[in-house]
Design a protein around this ligand. Sequence first.
Ligand code: HEM
Length: 328
Amino acid sequence: MTIRTLAAEEVADDRALGDYTLGVFQSLEHRASIAKVFISWLPAPGHYLRIWDGYRLYRVFARVVKERARTGTRREDTLQYLIDAGASIKDITGLTTLAKFVINALFGGQVNTGINAAWIPIFLSLSPEWEARAFAEAKGVISRNRTSPEQKPIDILGALTLDSWQNDFPVIDLCLRECIRLILLGCPKRKNTSGADIPVNGRGEVIPNGSYGVYLIDQVHFNPDIYSEPLKFDPGRFEHPRAEDKKVPHAFLGWGAGRHQCLGMRFAKLEITIIMAYFIALFEFELASDVHGTPTTTRPPLPNRNDHFSTKPKKPGYLRYRPRSDMW
Ligand code: HEM
């Protein structure tokens, strides 16, 4: 869905090409060097491998663009929009502002969305209260939108409006917010290019002109003065009257803050809500310890907080699932 909307339909339609492209994105992400952000001349090996990954990405999209030009095919996707706007392949995959948007957007979608969407059922499988609330929510939406007794849940979900997807699933939204609080890693960095020092805390400290401000997200997301039992999966902490994320300004940074907030938030929420609502409505699921579905109550470890990229758990998590007999 992400590739189809934000890149090219041809890549989305071809499973092998889609997997390959996702693999290149993950490789690019893992080879990022924080050291190189600070010492730009550092000959980090990962940097050269990222150039190679950039070339691999270039080849994927170059082939699609050339094929469209050769056959005169038009598609309804971002790539077509960029082609129509006169962007070159370099614009789309290279180092320009356009490219940064496409690459950031695809990173966001391919990596952040997928990882958070996968953690939700893992947490839910260990939290019967929230699993029941999420199921009741999906069931409620289905029964409110049923137009005939024969209509199947899958068809009712398929006919929901955009408005309904965006507004009728507050429980899934709370679970996503809690997953992001627990899973999102890293330090947003901003360079002060204003030409002047920027005071930061009213105690005389400044971010000097030309320097970076670096902020560890954990500083707020795991702060026990803001979030009670911060390591616990507890989506209710965002509900009124608790509203822990409203205790202090910028207590929740899961979608960024200030001028560079996540541009894909609505799209990411939509994708995750759709995937989760279908899954929760149609399947019973429980956590498993292996590929054979052996039940377990041991959650895969949370990401290593010293790792500053979105990562999948080192040890894979498994879900055992079966169609819900009461929904068919
Ligand atoms: C659950 C999924 C996602 C999460 C948790 C997430 C989170 C974030 C965060 C925290 C930032 C700010 C980073 C910073 O301050 O340096 C950000 C920026 C951004 N996100 Fe997302 N994101 C997600 C999905 C997406 C998707 C699907 C897209 C594309 C449609 C997207 C596009 C972007 C872009 C373009 C920026 C950079 C904005 C800018 O620099 O002005 N994100 N995202």
